[in-house]
Design a protein around this ligand. Sequence first.
Ligand code: UGA
Length: 477
Amino acid sequence: MWNFQPSVNLVKGGAGYVGGPTMAVIADHCPNLQITVDDSNRDNIKQWNSPSIKNLPFFETGLEEIILRVRNKNLYFSSNVNETIINSDMIFLCVNTSKKNKGFGVGQASDLKWVESCARQVSSYSKGHTFVIEKSTLPVRTAESIKTILNSSNLVEKNHKTFSVLSNPEFLSEGPAINDFNKPDRVLIGVEEKKPIEALENIILKWIPNQKIIKTNLWSIELSKLTANAFLAQRISSINSIAEFCKSTGGNMGEVVNAIGTDQRIGADFLSACLGFRGSCFKKDISNLVCLSIHFVLSEVAEYWNCVIKLNEWQKLRISKLIVHNLFGTLRGKSITILGFAFKANTNDTIQSAAIDISKNLLEEGANLIIHDPKVSEDQIFSELAIKLRKLKNIQDSNTYKGAGIKENNLNKSFVNVYEILILTEWGIYKKINWKTVEKIIRKRCWFFDIRSIVDLKEIKNTNLNFWKIGDGIIKS
Ligand code: UGA
């Protein structure tokens, strides 16, 4: 029986959406384990250790309560990565894998520099036998590279170090992450040899029944994670393509979604038409599949998955154009309210959020943006939209004709005198807006774009608003 002291090793920017909540939940279920979450980014660790629970680096429902229960009891946050490795029996790699921004495979292949540097650190500083667990979504056969790197240090043979590499990908989605992790549909564990599975399995069994644990070889697991995300993303691109001609053929989007979603073989999830899928996962994972297809000289397969991404980009562009078109092709000096900046509701993550692209397009056309989001900070919005905007705050730049933007925390104030209102994130508070009241402070015949399809038509019917809804097009003008 091994005496585990698992530790999660997060290198640069990794103490985030997978590592933080995952280790917090494990610590909560396994009080006998001592867990350290490491990140070389000191600011990040400072936030995790902040005495004020409101300063955690990101918002996730239920996370604060867990952190209050386990922090400094059996869960620690540290930036002393090497020391943590020395003291760990089990190391979870939850590192960042963005796409390569230069060199071969630029824009498509995953950049594995953090995985590699992390594996090298483990190779140098570990002691005895160490379980290394892939948690990040990685290209297929990354575990093989990790193994090679782990065994490459001169100290390995000299100090009799050994390693078992396992894959245990995360299926949690941001927002309901804690719930996803507590009650997953299934847990996947991939390994080359049978024995090391027990080590991880014994931890997971503390709160997940045995029948939910699926064990396969490493490569099936790596491929399954990519495939799951690719299938979900493909559904969104498919429904977005149908949304485009629903109205013109006389179909009703809600009725079509209900009709096909109630077919058990298809199911109701991931059928909400929208600006397209955003976030850090789907595009990256489909790009990984494209790379894999190219590697195996399957150009048709590469083209197929590439189309899912292309359709996603097309959706964003077509809606940006529509927003401009409805204000007579010019936005110069016109105020537009943007409701929601996060990539989806219940998270403050803005990574690849559609709001960034839409805002940039509208600013380019000279619009004044009034941006509201309940969880995304002003600093975050301005850094996503480029630093220059900070200087332009509230001022129209007459030389470049570029628009300006402000973050407005008061929802009612964000509607004063505006020409257009766009819902870009499906936050609950936007569902409760009283449009009769809003009507009094907006401009007459203001356009309202419900790009998340969350507003009840009945609420809009008796107002002066021109109304456009995703999938249904112009409903009222
Ligand atoms: C996704 C997967 O859902 C998780 O299972 C997976 O673990 C995670 O990626 C990952 O690989 O780490 P996440 O990116 O947090 O999770 O968010 P989703 O809820 O899947 O949403 C992704 C995007 O699709 C969002 O922009 C969302 O607004 C959009 N979406 C989702 C739609 O446009 N329509 C839908 O019906 C559902």
